[in-house]
Design a protein around this ligand. Structure first.
Ligand SMILES: C[S@@+](CC[C@H](N)C(=O)[O-])C[C@H]1O[C@@H](n2cnc3c(N)ncnc32)[C@H](O)[C@@H]1O
Length: 252
């Protein structure tokens, strides 16, 4: 699939993040990040993900585009962009990748509102929206404080619900269901591994009862050359993109 905005964004990421850091420095950051997400998950909440230039660059340059490519496929598979939402609220937007994928897939129509705990990631999300020619803003704050849209709105949680404390997660679920009952479309994306998402069966039950669906995805990927190089150098393998999702189409 050709996606000129995506290709321009990758060029801009490469210029920004490889200006001050070498390939081996970013590769090291990538290995540290993936070890945090897979083996040392307890340190994620303390902000360890963003505590070094190499990790920040790897987050923006590698995981951002990977999440973009994955969400682009999911959005197309569940029909999330027809009709295009007028606004997408991207909760825990990170560098803005997941929400941007949905907005680009919807023809650039939706206005994005990203909210993100890390000020660095929120500013990176603003750069993502600008690089991709999208309208939107990203602010730093707690996603639980964000007002949720209703009819014609989309709500996205990309790889973030697994980072919430259980009390926050329990508070969020009824709010998402209520927003969907008012007409918002809700998309939750998480890793395919089950260990980070023990709450998944309960959320699946709630989403399917409300008329939604659960999916496990495996998409063949064609990574941009730089990402493929990082993938190999860091000993990872993203020739297939995997994810799980929950989708609620919103009451009409
Ligand atoms: C794995 S990253 C995913 C980022 C982005 N959604 C994506 O798909 O690329 C999870 C993000 O959620 C943010 N986050 C975690 N808890 C949050 C909270 N309570 N409020 C706002 N952001 C939060 C983290 O700072 C991190 O940037």
């Amino acid at each position: 699939m050709t996606d000129p905005p995506f290709e321009r964004w990758i060029e801009s990421l490469e210029k920004r993040h490889l200006a001050a850091l070498s390939f081996p420095e970013v590769r090291k950051g990538l290995q540290a990040l993936s070890s945090l997400y897979v083996e040392r998950r307890g340190r994620i909440g303390s902000g360890a993900v963003f505590d070094g230039a190499g990790k920040r660059a790897a987050f923006a340059l590698f995981f951002g585009p990977l999440h973009y490519l994955t969400v682009r496929e999911i959005v197309s598979s569940v029909g999330a962009s027809s009709p295009p939402p007028r606004r997408i609220v991207d909760l825990g937007c990170g560098t803005g990748a997941a929400g941007a994928a949905w907005a680009v897939s919807a023809g650039g129509v939706p206005e994005l509102s990203g909210v993100e705990r890390s000020g660095w990631a929120a500013s990176e999300a603003r750069a993502t929206y600008a690089d991709l020619g999208l309208r939107g803003r990203a602010t730093s704050g707690d996603l639980l404080g964000e007002r949720l849209p209703a009819a014609e709105g989309g709500i996205l949680l990309g790889w973030v619900v697994n980072e919430l404390e259980s009390a926050a997660r329990d508070a969020l679920l009824p709010r998402l269901l209520a927003a969907a009952a008012r007409g918002a479309r809700v998309l939750v994306v998480e890793p395919i591994a089950s260990r980070p998402v023990p709450w998944w069966p309960a959320w699946t039950d709630a989403f399917t009862r409300a008329g939604g669906r659960e999916d496990l995805w495996r998409f063949p990927s064609s990574l941009p050359p730089l990402l493929a190089l990082f993938d190999k150098a860091a000993g990872l393998d993203h020739r297939v993109l995997t994810a799980r999702s929950l989708w609620l189409p919103g009451a009409r």
